[in-house]
Design a protein around this ligand. Structure first.
Ligand code: CP3
Length: 365
């Protein structure tokens, strides 16, 4: 097929490097020579190379030091031999320029010291300092430069920038950290629609600038993490989350890059989530891939969806699960192989490397 042959050919006029990336092509549901693969949280605590860097730096130091963030990003993508690199950063970084202090407490995750609980507090959040996040763009520039030459097979490695979605970020701001029931978030949503809307608008103002910096620096695709959207009923998602998220997706797509929209435990929401207009929907592992794709609809691409804990299974079972996911996708245009959520600490690195290899072997067209 001509489309596939162009992967190894020099770029034509008007083509950006992203057109030669099977990852970007899959996001746009274009034909590919094989299924692209990368892993959520591919640079993290399961990887000895990351832990070695982490011994000398806090998480925030890594994020805020472009040389180190770029190194961690590049090392993971090369070690795993995947088709895309996601920039090493964190969802919560925009809180600082908005005027909300937080830290990562070992074993507890993120902690916001003064959670947002009132309209006055929301009104005081700043949206005029997004340029302070530029260290992420500087790191992306370094990663993009490193991966500028095509790989041995002619493919351009995909570069992913990312931002949080309004609901998931607001939930960290309001709960002050991780949550089980999202009581404070939903209380604010239900009781003061105006305050909730102001908060999501402020988040969007900052997130659009932050995504723009990342795209200008060389990100080919932006992934929007709505990790905790699965805590919402369909009615609440439609009422309180869909309009703001749709607006964010629209404004990021206007930057000329495909958007991946991801959440966990979203089987009941997928049909509604496609209303955001995202090019790709991330599927968690609880929904069979073909069923999830049916719910998402034929006009979107899907990313997923191996259970991250399956990486602890013996090789034969793990390989079988990889094959089942590829079979469910059936070589249709628009599947990106990934996990249904992030790699957890303690995951054997060899299992991750094997999965990447098996996806390539089993999906070559
Ligand atoms: O390669 C990669 O994917 C790593 C880059 C990355 C990090 N955070 C670094 C990080 C990415 C993509 C994120 C996104 C992120 N951050 C999400 C969305 C992804 C998801 O899993 O749904 C969320 C919800 C956060 C907020 C966050 N940051 C939490 C809840 C935690 C604690 C997690 C834990 O298991 O302790 C973090 C900390 C964090 N961010 C770590 C890393 C590598 C682990 C802590 C460390 O290295 O010190």
């Amino acid at each position: 097929m001509a489309d596939i042959a162009t992967l190894a050919e020099p770029l034509k006029q008007n083509e950006t490097p992203a057109h030669a990336s099977r990852f970007v092509r899959a996001c746009l549901r274009q034909p590919v020579d094989r299924t692209p693969v990368w892993f959520l949280r591919q640079a993290g605590r399961y990887m000895p190379e990351y832990m070695a860097v982490r011994r000398n730096h806090t998480l925030l130091e890594i994020c805020r030091t472009p040389d180190v963030a770029a190194e961690v990003t590049i090392t993971a993508a090369e070690r795993l031999d995947v088709d895309a690199a996601i920039i090493f950063a964190d969802l919560l970084l925009p809180f600082t320029p908005m005027g909300l202090d937080f830290e990562f407490v070992n074993g507890e995750g993120p902690v916001v010291h003064q959670p947002v609980r009132s309209r006055e507090h929301i009104e005081s959040l700043r949206t005029d300092r997004a340029d302070e996040l530029n260290y992420v763009a500087r790191a992306i520039e370094k990663v993009a430069k490193h991966f500028a030459p095509p790989r041995a097979d002619g493919d351009q490695l995909g570069i992913i920038g990312f931002i949080g979605a309004p609901f998931t970020l607001a939930s960290y701001m309001i709960e002050g950290g991780s949550s089980r029931n999202y009581i404070e978030t939903k209380k604010l949503m239900y009781s003061d629609r105006g305050a909730w809307q102001l908060l999501t608008e402020k988040l969007i103002t900052v997130l659009v600038q932050y995504a723009q910096q990342q795209v200008q620096a060389g990100a080919h695709v932006i992934q929007i993490f709505d990790s905790w959207a699965g805590a919402l009923s369909v009615s609440d998602y439609v009422d309180f989350v869909l309009p703001a998220t749709t607006e964010l997706v629209r404004r990021v797509k206007a930057m000329g890059v495909p958007v991946i929209y991801f959440g966990v435990d979203t089987a009941s929401l997928l049909t509604t989530m496609r209303g955001t207009g995202a090019d790709v929907l991330g599927l968690d592992w609880r929904v069979p891939l073909d069923e999830g794709w049916r719910l998402a609809g034929p006009d979107v691409a899907v990313q997923g969806n191996l259970d991250p804990i399956a990486l602890f299974a013996p090789d034969d079972l793990l390989k079988q699960r990889v094959k089942q996911i590829l079979d469910a996708a059936g070589n249709r245009n628009g599947h990106i192989f990934n996990l249904g959520h992030g790699i957890v600490p303690g995951t054997p690195v060899d299992a991750v490397i094997n999965v990447a290899r098996w996806v390539k072997e089993l999906s070559t067209r």
